[in-house]
Design a protein. Structure first.
Length: 389
């Protein structure tokens, strides 16, 4: 059976799927403004007892922070955190990526899994909690630009609290197939530039080719990549498939014409560091590896962007509560990043937990399983009641 949720009266009986369909219909690709999605969330949260703050950022982007319940200096309660932006829909979809469509027990649409499905649950829960007898606050953080470096969460970490502290226990609703994740790797983006001197290729004595020493640097980086595959840290046991840092060469550019000696070569590197690793230590290690092969060259290594790793102690209250609800036997770490990387800098104990399979995120025909979505709703609401009532 195939049906579109966009124009069905029956969907009104399921507020989460209805709101999800409305969120999916809004193109919130990271290069675009997300203000229409923030408008929709604000309309939904326009009920007595909920206080909403919009945090405008550059490029027509916004974060939204909302509270319901009493102010609590103890920072007890629960924060629900999601992002509103998505990767581009791309080609290859069997359905319209901006129309939530059910087929075979799955809800197809861009962002249905990553992570507008959770956003819809969180928005509706905050609205419903306005009718609860709350002892501690329930908060909601919806960010922009997570997909391009968690930039919205970084702004929250740098500028909040504007009015009141967020509850310490924080659920990051990324799709984890309803498994509790207490840690993830970070992502360091580096730019290595090697400078030469221009000349005519017909006169090799003039100029200095910047690409040739780059080949030696690449060989040294490949040796480092192989070396760190054998390294382990205290967090490695949680990363069952890839228990080590990952170094990747993701781009090489140099040269401008067939008859011009290349005077510049740029190599772009990505490093997914383990939780607890020092960013400064990794930068120093890379420099040390490159100093030998590039000793006679003019070169620079720039840390372009650093998304921190995330690490929440195994005795954190929210993590223990999530483990109890999932009957999960061991810690799980993931190699992708989340807004928790920055939100933890506000003293928040972040746990990544939500319905949906990260394996279908960013792909054509991204989907959310209907049954798992319903189970996730029950589990997240149970956590909200446990920590706030």
């Amino acid at each position: 059976m195939i049906r579109s949720w966009a124009n069905m009266d029956a969907v009104r009986n399921n507020d989460d799927i209805q709101l999800l369909s409305e969120l999916v219909a809004l193109d919130t690709t990271s290069c675009l403004s997300n203000s229409k999605a923030v408008d929709l969330a604000c309309q939904r949260l326009d009920v007595p007892g909920i206080k909403v703050t919009r945090m405008p950022l550059d490029g027509g982007k916004e974060n939204l922070i909302a509270f319901v319940g009493p102010e609590d200096a103890s920072r007890d309660g629960l924060t629900l955190s999601g992002h509103l932006d998505c990767v581009p829909a791309g080609e290859g979809w069997k359905t319209d990526p901006l129309v939530l469509t059910e087929q075979g027990g799955r809800l197809y649409g861009r962002g249905s899994c990553d992570m507008k499905g959770f956003d819809a649950i969180a928005i509706n829960l905050l609205r419903e909690a306005a009718q609860w007898d709350l002892k501690h606050p329930l908060a909601l953080v919806l960010t922009c630009d997570e997909e391009i470096g968690c930039l919205g969460a970084k702004a929250v970490a740098e500028h909040w609290p504007i009015e009141r502290d967020l509850p310490r226990n924080t659920l990051i609703g990324e799709p984890t197939s309803l498994q509790a994740v207490s840690m993830h790797k970070g992502l360091l983006k580096y730019r290595l530039v090697i400078k030469g001197a221009p000349g005519h290729t017909g006169t090799p004595s003039i100029g200095r080719n910047a690409i040739m020493p780059a080949s030696v640097a690449l060989a040294s980086l490949e040796e480092l990549r192989a070396t760190i595959q054998g390294e382990r840290t205290a967090a490695s046991e949680a990363f069952h498939e890839v228990p080590y840092p990952v170094l990747s060469v993701v781009g090489v550019e140099g040269g401008s014409a067939w008859n011009v000696t290349p005077d510049r070569c740029e190599i772009r590197l990505g490093l997914r560091q383990m939780p607890g690793d020092s960013i400064d230590d990794w930068t120093s290690r890379l420099r040390n590896v490159l100093e030998g092969p590039l000793a006679a060259e003019e070169w620079s290594l720039e840390l372009v962007h650093a998304t921190p790793s995330m690490l929440t102690p195994s005795d954190a209250e929210l993590y223990k509560a999530c483990l109890s609800s999932t009957n999960q036997p061991a810690d799980i770490g993931v190699s992708y990043g989340t807004d928790g990387a920055y939100l933890q800098q506000l003293g928040l104990a972040c746990v990544v937990f939500g319905p949906g399979d990260i394996g279908v995120a960013h792909l054509p025909d991204e989907y959310m399983p209907v049954e798992e979505y319903a189970r996730g709703r029950v589990m997240i609401e149970s956590l909200a009641r446990e920590f706030c009532q």
